[in-house]
Design a protein around this ligand. Structure first.
Ligand SMILES: Cc1cc2nc3c(=O)[nH]c(=O)nc-3n(C[C@H](O)[C@H](O)[C@H](O)COP(=O)(O)OP(=O)(O)OC[C@H]3O[C@@H](n4cnc5c(N)ncnc54)[C@H](O)[C@@H]3O)c2cc1C
Length: 519
């Protein structure tokens, strides 16, 4: 039997937000944690692309659910705002359908309702108010029994609130598609398209996702913040705090095998051949890496393989420094395609880059309508379109990238935005690149697509059938997105903790003195 010290030894594979959250939680409780990350920096998808001296946020840009991180930090005796500085946005996003039809959504619901009233009429504004109330209710119904649970469970969700709970569950409309439900609220097709886009936050199509995903609208209404220093600063803060509690983070270290001994996880083997023993292993890589055999035969069956047709969206992104003209960009701006059903049929049905994509632009030097552009008027931009998760089957050569750029920047031009792109100051990331960065995904960025009523219950939870092996990340329960992945990291730590016989009120491993080690 292993001694107490060995029982406390944990290896985390991956320094994405979930891996870092697990590492921080466990290190603060005195566990001996080693994080192994194949990239040169923490953050995973929360990555920066360097263009000259500029550092462009090229993964997530919309930060929501700050309470997840406030709770995480408070739970280990730290104050989140001492480590990460946030600034709230009052304009959540600016939306455009052409060069004259523009609509801003605001953090203030009444202001949004006024804007919608002017844009689409008083009746539509009233329906918007009802939509907000219902999306809030869906969120409230799901927060405790689903978002905060360590594993997805339909029976638990159904019985959580007794009979009244069951009646409440009907309100989340799990069997209705989001698109259909939105059609019941909104009569203006532009409003339906605007709110349908929230399905893409989970990498899904509004035509196949359940109406339940309307809760994303509520999450945005609760607040969207900008992180000072960029999203990457959040990853760095998590990494710094974990190391201050004694965790070791080793970058440019790729794990090639999870060792299993006597039926339980026993450590990992690196690409270099180095073996690191541990009592528990947390996998923060996409869960698809396990059944694909990327961590060896012994753990291949720890997660079920995901058929390529069930994958979520990938993306094509342009990280760039450029001058813009015409359309008044806000921090977050969305430029809609004219045929939403066709856009998703092309992506999910035909596995193609859409012939006319909806384009998202993050103007990183802007806060609401205040722009802090560099001398010369250039600004830092992330331009993103949704793309099929076929990066393991298709190379996305130069001709394909040029075709996609023509389509994406054509949509921007139609809406009045001209971007003076300089190829020397632009870096493109394709689904094939995302597949290389996040292996065994095909470039899918959000795990399994939330298509159909049961998909959200089919993401794996934190525990696996191999003792001592845990999962954390956006491809596990409760799902993708920075705060959701953090919740999964917390769930993995809590499950590991409970498996070792510790309860929050019971004996804990002693806190060790801070000794920071980063290699
Ligand atoms: C372009 C884009 C835009 C997005 N927009 C938003 C947004 O606006 N808001 C939002 O909340 N979310 C957004 N998301 C989603 C969000 O970024 C993710 O859900 C979240 O960051 C996933 O975190 P994770 O913990 O699953 O780890 P990941 O970020 O997937 O990191 C996993 C880590 O594991 C490492 N790894 C994998 N295999 C190995 C190995 N063998 N050895 C060592 N290390 C390994 C990888 O290098 C990686 O660093 C976006 C994502 C992308 C890509």
């Amino acid at each position: 039997m292993r001694d107490q010290t060995a029982r406390n030894r944990v290896v985390v594979i991956g320094a994405g937000v979930a891996g870092l959250t697990s590492a921080l939680t466990l290190a603060a409780r005195g566990f001996d944690v080693t994080v192994l990350e194949r990239a040169a920096a923490p953050g995973g998808k929360m990555r920066e692309v360097a263009i000259g001296p500029a550092r462009i946020d090229s993964g997530p840009t919309v930060f929501t659910m700050r309470w997840v991180f406030e709770e995480l930090f408070a739970g280990i005796g730290l104050n989140f705002s001492d480590h990460v500085r946030l600034r709230p946005l009052s304009v959540l996003a600016r939306h455009a359908w052409d060069d004259t039809q523009h609509l801003d959504l605001f953090a203030d619901e009444a202001r949004s309702a006024d804007a919608i009233g002017t844009f689409a009429g008083a009746a539509e504004a009233k329906r918007y108010r009802q939509f907000c109330a219902d999306s809030r209710r869906i969120y409230e119904i799901l927060e405790k029994p689903f978002l905060r649970a360590t594993a997805p469970s339909l029976p638990k969700l159904a019985t959580a609130g007794g009979l009244s709970g069951l009646l409440e569950l009907r309100k989340i409309r799990p069997f209705t598609t989001m698109w259909k439900a939105l059609g019941d609220y909104f009569h203006d097709p532009r409003m339906r398209q605007l709110f349908g886009r929230y399905a893409t936050y989970c990498g899904s199509s509004p035509f196949d996702a359940p109406a339940t995903l309307m809760l994303v609208a509520h999450v945005e209404h609760e607040g969207v913040w900008i992180i000072e220093g960029g999203m990457h600063a959040l990853a760095q803060a998590l990494a710094n705090c974990a190391t201050s509690f004694g965790a070791t983070i080793r970058y440019e270290q790729s794990v090639r095998e999870v060792m299993v001994s006597g039926g339980r996880a026993a450590g990992v083997v690196l690409e270099s051949g180095e073996r690191i023993e541990a009592h528990s292993v947390i996998v923060n890589a996409d869960v698809g890496a396990l059944p694909a055999g990327l961590f060896g035969e012994a753990v291949r069956s720890a997660a079920a393989p995901l058929a390529p047709r069930l994958r979520s969206l990938s993306a094509m992104t342009w990280s760039m420094v450029a001058k813009t003209e015409g359309f008044p960009l806000s921090r977050h701006s969305v430029f809609f395609s004219r045929d939403y059903p066709r856009e998703f049929a092309e992506i999910f049905g035909r596995g193609e880059v859409p012939s006319e994509p909806t384009v998202y632009v993050c103007a990183q030097d802007r806060i609401d309508d205040e722009a802090r552009l560099a001398a010369g008027g250039e600004e830092e931009l992330l331009v993103l379109i949704n793309a099929p998760p076929v990066g393991d089957r298709k190379s996305f050569d130069q001709a394909e990238v040029a075709r996609a750029a023509e389509r994406a920047f054509g949509v921007l031009q139609r809406c009045g935005l001209r971007i003076d792109a300089d190829p020397g100051k632009t870096q493109v990331t394709t689904p094939a690149d995302f597949n290389r960065l996040f292996p065994a995904t095909g470039g899918a960025l959000y795990g399994r697509a939330s298509h159909g009523w049961s998909a959200s219950f089919e993401r794996p939870g934190a525990g696996t059938k191999i003792a001592g092996l845990y999962l954390a990340g956006g491809s596990t329960h409760p799902g993708p997105g920075v705060p959701m992945a953090a919740l999964s990291g917390r769930a993995a730590a809590a499950t590991l903790f409970a498996d070792l016989g510790f309860t929050p009120a019971g004996p804990k491993p002693a806190l060790r003195p801070a000794a920071s080690k980063t290699t």
